[in-house]
Design a protein. Structure first.
Length: 170
């Protein structure tokens, strides 16, 4: 099992445990990292922090595209596998889309119901297709859920003409 595969499994363990126990995700991450057994790798920590930072946006895009399912109806393990996969597809760097989807499917195959791998594969494939329209890496179509209020002066003038780079002019 590769180091990143182990990291995804460890991130899933932490996200799942926090949800089931009703504990804050980042506090549980810190607690598990301090215990060091089993270890929490840097990539596992990155995944947990990334999912948490973008959680509202991830849940929104999953809910909009999960035909016939609400997030609440999904098994908790599937919901958290999907969150990790969506994070890697939409915000992760250096992970090929096919790898992110395959790894999510493998987690579902090992840890969830018989129908879960196909469901997760299908939903993440839809997100992969929609990625150019969502484009969170270079656009603000999906903003991270930081809990902070946006700066009043930070928004561009909606009526401004775009410059050569496609950004609103000042």
């Amino acid at each position: 099992m590769s180091a990143r595969t182990k990291a995804r499994k460890r991130a899933l363990d932490i996200l799942f445990e926090a949800e089931i126990r009703g504990e804050p995700v980042l506090a549980l991450l810190e607690e598990r990292a301090a215990q060091a057994s089993p270890p929490v790798s840097a990539y596992a920590s990155e995944l947990v922090r990334g999912v948490q930072a973008h959680r509202a946006s991830i849940d929104e895009v999953l809910a909009k595209n999960a035909t016939g399912w609400t997030l609440e109806r999904m098994p908790a393990v599937d919901r958290n596998i999907l969150r990790i996969g969506a994070y890697e597809l939409l915000w992760g760097s250096g992970v090929p889309e096919g790898v992110a989807i395959s790894e999510a499917v493998l987690l579902a195959r090992d840890l969830s119901t018989d129908a879960s791998p196909a469901f997760i594969n299908g939903l993440l494939a839809v997100l992969h297709e929609l990625r150019p329209m969502l484009n969170p890496q270079s656009d603000s179509a999906i903003e991270p859920d930081t809990g902070a209020e946006p700066d009043a002066g930070a928004e561009p003038d909606a009526g401004a003409e775009p410059d050569a780079a496609g950004k609103p002019g000042e």
